[in-house]
Design a protein around this ligand. Structure first.
Ligand SMILES: [Mg+2]
Length: 230
């Protein structure tokens, strides 16, 4: 039996592909605004292409520009609302699905994610995750100012799981923000570096280097059995 007792996961790009969420949202926006944007399949395809370009941070503005609808920029707020409120069509990565089944009997499982509560909640429902974790925390539910790298959400979920930090692991994808706090609290940290990850090329910030890097969650169970508190 490993001395690790709790495994806490990030959500986006760790358990499912964030790109799939974006694409799902673009389809919803294209349908909702078809009267302005034209054929929904064409509009959604344009947004997917813009997402994979330097326009990713402002896909809707870039789309309206591309379609010659600059005078419609006031639509962007409504487009964002539809995007964030849509019921996403997303699924767990195959390795995540398998891993969660295998971990469940042996470890306390947590989910700790940043992001707007309603938006993350819709993802959690779509992925069927409510009953698969012992504790789920969306950091905005603690109030403003507690997003990663705040220590507070990690301390909070430790309390919920009733496992000390030194016997906990955080598994996440983004070294620019995910590992600073759990490292500081003495957790083990594991980066899952996926080829299709939106943040897979981010550089670690000081103190944010993961303890281990893996390319697939298939290796995590084996790794957990070898980890010892630092
Ligand atoms: Mg992530």
């Amino acid at each position: 039996m490993s001395s690790i007792a709790a495994v806490v996961f990030d959500l986006d790009d760790t358990l499912y592909a964030e790109r799939d969420y974006a694409y799902s949202g673009f389809a919803a926006v294209a349908e909702a605004f078809a009267d302005r944007l034209g054929d929904p399949r064409d509009a959604a395809a344009r947004m997917r292409r813009l997402f994979d370009s330097e326009h990713r941070p402002r896909v809707f503005n870039a789309l309206l520009t591309e379609l010659g609808l600059i005078e419609e920029f006031k639509l962007v707020t409504a487009m964002i609302e539809v995007y964030q409120a849509h019921r996403p069509t997303i699924r767990l990565y195959d390795d995540a699905e398998e891993l969660l089944k295998k971990l469940r009997p042996e470890y306390r499982l947590g989910l700790l994610t940043d992001g707007r509560s309603s938006k993350q909640g819709l993802k959690i429902v779509a992925l069927g995750l409510r009953d698969r974790f012992d504790a789920i925390l969306i950091t905005t539910e603690l109030g403003p100012g507690f997003a990663k790298p705040s220590l507070r959400p990690f301390e909070f979920i430790s309390t919920c799981l009733q496992v000390v930090g030194s016997r906990s692991v955080y598994v996440a994808d983004n070294p620019a923000k995910d590992f600073v706090a759990p490292n500081a609290l003495g957790w083990m940290t594991v980066q899952i570096r996926r080829a299709d990850g939106v943040y897979s090329d981010q550089k670690p910030v000081p103190g944010g280097e993961p303890y281990q890097v893996i390319e697939t969650l298939d290796h995590l169970l084996d790794l957990l059995s070898k980890l010892r508190p630092r």
